[in-house]
Design a protein around this ligand. Structure first.
Ligand SMILES: NC(=O)c1ccc[n+]([C@@H]2O[C@H](COP(=O)([O-])OP(=O)(O)OC[C@H]3O[C@@H](n4cnc5c(N)ncnc54)[C@H](O)[C@@H]3O)[C@@H](O)[C@H]2O)c1
Ligand SMILES: [Zn+2]
Length: 356
């Protein structure tokens, strides 16, 4: 098992990564406040891992809430339904909430934990690549609003993050691949050595080789922890982690959420950002090619849907949170392993990369 910490003063917490951690009572116990534990999961993850999780927590009073699967249930309505259940069952301030699932479950359970009785203890047990390398770390919690994704939420850090890499064995291949876009993102924007390591280990990663997967997730969590420790509420450097997301969100929205997975759209967004960086003379052509090659090696797309032109992107980018004072703020790589926020990209530059 590997361990690291998110350093946030009194709100610091450990992240544990390894095989079979769902069965480690010790990891859970150190973060549970009192007797009562509520596991929040969904109807895909529950048949796979709920029993194992409840067995591990058998010394506590454990109950569960099983939500229907999918982003479309990451709503205020679901949030309210969970609160209703907790209240009816007389859960008190000393409750511990366990989020067992992917990013959807983590985000909604985290927001419940942030709000229920002004905040109760919260354990993240992420079961997708995306959740293990990204969403379970850093304390962003949210539900969607009809007018925008993740528009209602809170910064609320968990007590601990328990990452059992065995969970990835049941993850559909397409979800695994999509999660790899976020992994590649860390290499491109923050860590050239990690980017090279990914290049050297493509086959082992695809084969879910345990040591390699553990290292990969640990490195991603370490980068995220380092960034979050410096800028918890995203006033500065944390925004780097949005590399590829402005364009990615536009693809997701234009294609209808769920048709393109988040990671697939982000992969294309990373390529667009790299190409814009090239037109601005920020990055070498060879590096852009290396980024595209790695994305391709993990079977991720690198071009937007055929019919999606600049005007389609522009329509959605105006709504995106990354627009500040009317200027589009783009995260662009300045080499493999470094990047910055730019507010001076002309429409012409974006049009030339995306196409009219
Ligand atoms: N809070 C943050 O910082 C942050 C960061 C990035 C993304 N997000 C959010 O995360 C969400 C996306 O997360 P996701 O990609 O994990 O999607 P998800 O939670 O929908 O999971 C993807 C699919 O895999 C299934 N699944 C989960 N674990 C499984 C397993 N071990 N075996 C088999 N199937 C499994 C799920 O039921 C679902 O069908 C979005 O709502 C996004 O907004 C949050
Ligand atoms: Zn993302």
């Amino acid at each position: 098992m590997d361990k690291l910490a998110v350093q946030l003063g009194a709100r610091s917490y450990p992240i544990s990564i390894g095989e079979n951690l769902l069965s480690s009572a010790k990891l859970f116990e150190s973060a549970i406040v009192n007797k009562k534990v509520m596991i929040i999961t969904n109807n895909v993850v529950a048949p796979l891992y709920l029993q194992q999780c409840e067995k591990t927590l058998q010394n506590f009073q454990v109950e569960h809430i099983i939500l229907p699967d999918g982003e479309k249930y990451k709503t205020f309505k679901t949030f309210e339904a969970i609160l209703n259940t907790l209240l009816k069952k007389k859960y008190a301030r000393d409750t511990t909430i366990v989020a067992l699932g992917g990013g959807v479950i983590g985000d909604i359970a985290g927001f419940v934990a942030a709000c229920y009785q002004r905040g109760v203890a919260f354990i993240q047990v992420p079961t997708t690549v995306l959740a293990q390398v990204d969403s379970s770390v850093g304390g962003k919690t949210a539900v969607n609003h009809p007018l925008g994704k993740n528009m209602i939420g809170a910064f609320y850090q968990p007590q601990t993050v328990i990452i059992d890499i065995n969970c990835l064995k049941t993850l559909p291949k397409r979800e695994f691949v999509a999660g790899m876009a976020e992994v590649i993102k860390y290499g491109v924007i923050y860590d050239r050595n990690f980017f090279d390591w990914l290049n050297d280990n493509v086959d082992d990663i695809k084969a879910l080789e345990a040591d390699k997967i553990t290292y990969m997730i640990k490195r991603c969590c370490a980068i995220k922890a380092e960034i979050v420790a410096q800028d918890e509420k995203e006033h500065g450097i944390r925004a780097l982690l949005n590399l590829g997301h402005t364009f990615g969100h536009a693809i997701e929205a234009e294609q209808g959420y769920g048709n393109w997975l988040h990671g697939e759209a982000v992969a294309v967004g990373i390529v667009i950002a790299a190409k814009i960086a090239l037109t601005k003379g920020l990055i070498e052509r060879e590096e852009v090619e290396q980024i595209m090659l790695l994305i391709d090696q993990f079977n991720l797309p690198s071009a937007p849907p055929e019919l999606m032109k600049y005007s389609h992107f522009a329509k959605h980018m105006q709504l995106d949170k990354k627009v500040l004072d009317g200027k589009i703020r783009l995260i662009l790589p300045t080499s493999i392993g470094t990047g910055d926020i730019f507010s001076d990209t002309s429409e012409a530059a974006m049009q030339s990369v995306i196409g009219l």
